[in-house]
Design a protein around this ligand. Structure first.
Ligand code: PLP
Length: 310
């Protein structure tokens, strides 16, 4: 069996190579003094490729451009990224033929670092690698989550743009520390709250909840709600795509503000993201969320809608 490192494909965006320059993932490729390595100074995106098609590419490229803008990084145009993505995904599939159509998936990351001090342009590359087993398992079995205070209030993004709260920067050490903290408590994941008591997001995912009610004329009303996008969270491309699909399927949509009690009162809660997709939340801080039968039905319905997202 190939190791994840050797299965990985790297494609650097390089003006001398129209379709990107493929590089050896088992050899050093960055300077040790790259500011991405020494300061986490850069931005990234993570996407899922299924059967050779990378999902939601435009939404991810747009968010990458927004993150780069927030850090004053001048990155290559979207067509150059698209060509490098196609090169990387094709090379990955040819190096790692899927054992079955269900397993024909890959993680496609877009990475940008500021480069070494004084570099004329950032260093940019695409990394294509296998999907881990944990995400697939959590989609099926669901996850237990704890609430953790992120320490900022929900107005911090607007008041202090230098905190880069809505950008997807390479500085994920805090997010990873929160996940390790959860694992030590026996939980799988985290939902961050603000210091003023609002529900924010997961360290690598967006929070969604569903409320199901009977209307006065006996109709079933299904409502999908996510925290306000301007509360210092990353605008999820998965949430955006699922909201569009759910609206077309007759769901009502809502955008916070949400408090932890809204999660405890919901008929279902999920963490959604591009790689793990829709992970149903079984418990928050040890309390069961929703009722198993309704939660299963809503999860199946939304997972089906999300599966059709391009
Ligand atoms: N919020 C954070 C902090 C994330 O890191 C991510 C994804 O990595 C998300 C939300 C979900 O974003 P997307 O649905 O675009 O994967």
């Amino acid at each position: 069996m190939t190791s994840p490192a050797s299965a990985t494909v790297l494609v650097f965006l390089d003006p001398d190579y129209e379709y990107g320059r493929i590089a050896d993932p088992t050899q050093p490729q960055l300077m040790a003094t790259d500011l991405g390595a020494t300061r986490g100074d850069g931005v990234f995106e993570s996407m899922l490729a299924v059967a050779g098609r990378t999902r939601k590419v435009q939404a991810h490229l747009d968010r990458l451009a927004g993150s780069a803008h927030a850090l004053d990084l001048d990155i290559p145009d979207q067509d150059a990224w698209r060509r490098a993505i196609d090169t990387g995904v094709a090379a990955f599939r040819s190096d790692n033929p899927a054992a079955s159509p269900d397993e024909d998936e890959a993680v496609v990351k877009l990475l940008v670092t500021r480069g070494v001090e004084g570099a004329a342009a950032p260093t940019c590359w695409v990394q294509v690698s296998p999907v881990g087993a944990t995400g697939r398992r959590q989609r099926e079995a669901g996850i237990d989550v704890i609430l953790l205070d992120r320490g900022y209030d929900s107005d911090a993004a607007e008041r202090a743009p230098w905190l880069l709260l809505g950008a997807k920067t390479l500085s994920y050490a805090v997010n990873m520390a929160a996940l390790r903290h959860a694992h030590k408590q026996g939980a799988d994941d985290v939902i961050f709250t603000s210091s003023d008591g609002r529900v924010l997001e997961g360290p690598t995912s967006t929070v969604l909840l569903a409320q199901v009610e009977e209307s006065d004329d006996g109709e079933t009303v299904k409502r999908l709600i996510t925290p306000q996008l301007d509360s210092g969270i990353l605008a999820g491309t998965s949430q955006g795509a699922l909201f569009a699909a759910a609206k077309a399927a007759g769901w009502e949509l809502g955008y916070g503000p949400l408090e932890p009690q809204d999660l405890f009162d919901a008929d279902a809660v999920w963490l959604i993201s591009s790689i793990r997709l829709l992970a149903p939340v079984n418990h928050i801080d040890g309390k069961e969320i929703g009722t198993p039968a309704l939660k299963k039905q809503l999860t199946a319905e939304l997972a089906e809608l999300f599966a059709w997202v391009e």
